[in-house]
Design a protein. Structure first.
Length: 331
């Protein structure tokens, strides 16, 4: 006699879990990390190790002694937060500042809301913005990229401006006169900036891997990049003596890192395709406004956090229709 088992949802199961997803994202960031170590040597490796360890330790301590619930540091989310936080800081940042940022990222940005899946803001960006506000000089003192085989793995970092910093302070003519800051250098990572964001090719390789493995979708990143390209392109056409060409904005700063690895966070981004498109559009517009007319040369982190706050409203506005329910006809 055949028996039917009746149970509540979900009825469709998958072999996917949080740990596998986090591991794939970490693997996707490995090429960018290797390039960072190539250009910044021991400093990049040291900050990465410290940031990941501090994030994991902070989460373990909070769960062990404050929340006293099941430990989740093995799911990889704390390690990923530490890796992304490290990618968003200068390679020569003092270690203790990274530890402070890690505590804020996990303690305030994640665990204060109940842990993974309940945080409204991207934890790594919470830590990064906190450090930017608290330690503005250290967070905007950028080491220049120098291959380790030329200077040595443990050589002292030589600081200098970033392309966006030059653009903000000196204008378009100054950045056009600097031979070492050509477009190819921007793509390959031979420039100053946060060590995880410098190499566009390495980040795009990781992004392609995540899209192929269906860890992230292409809607949000494409919406961000197109919005930035179109709006900066319009400004460039209106006044090319003031505004740089739009393709430079795509590789300058942390736009690619933010678009593919932080704006696509499953917890803090919208659920529907239309919602994700609007989410990306908002990030792109805010980024352009801050870059061109704001006080900071870079605006990706602020843009993502602002749109994170609007995610619940976007989800409500673009709520998918319930299967089997017919919408009432409009009069």
């Amino acid at each position: 006699m055949n028996k039917y088992t009746i149970s509540g949802s979900p009825h469709v199961h998958s072999t996917e879990n949080t740990q596998k997803i986090m591991i794939r994202v970490i693997l996707a960031l490995v090429p960018a990390l290797l390039v960072a170590i190539y250009y910044f040597g021991w400093y990049a490796l040291r900050l990465t190790i410290v940031s990941v360890a501090a994030c994991m330790l902070t989460e373990w301590l909070i769960q062990k002694f404050l929340i006293k619930g099941p430990l989740t540091i093995n799911d990889g989310s704390a390690a990923l937060t530490g890796l992304l936080l490290a990618f968003n800081v200068p390679a020569n940042l003092p270690v203790w500042m990274v530890i402070v940022g890690s505590v804020i990222a996990i303690g305030v940005g994640k665990m204060a809301f109940g842990g993974l899946g309940k945080n409204p803001f991207n934890p790594a960006l919470v830590g990064r913005v906190f450090m930017l506000v608290s330690f503005p000089t250290a967070m905007t003192t950028w080491p220049q990229a120098q291959p380790v085989f030329e200077k040595g793995f443990f050589a002292d970092a030589v600081t200098g401006p970033t392309p966006l910093g030059i653009l903000k302070e000196s204008g378009l003519q100054e950045i056009q006169q600097m031979d070492h800051m050509q477009f190819v250098d921007m793509v390959l990572g031979n420039r100053g900036g946060a060590f995880g964001e410098v190499c566009a090719i390495a980040l795009l390789l990781g992004a392609i891997y995540l899209i192929c493995r269906k860890v992230i979708d292409w809607v949000t990143p494409l919406s961000i990049l197109l919005t930035v390209f179109v709006f900066t392109g319009i400004c460039h056409l209106i006044n090319p003596t003031v505004y740089i060409a739009p393709w430079y904005h795509l590789v300058y700063g942390g736009l690619i890192l933010g678009a593919f690895f932080m704006a696509t966070d499953m917890v803090t981004s919208p659920m529907t395709l239309r919602g994700k498109a609007l989410f990306g559009f908002g990030i792109g517009v805010i980024t352009v406004v801050i870059r061109l007319w704001g006080a900071y040369p870079e605006g990706v982190s602020f843009a993502i956090l602002i749109m994170n706050a609007l995610t619940p409203l976007i989800n409500k506005a673009f709520k998918p229709q319930v299967f089997g329910v017919v919408k009432p006809a409009k009069n």
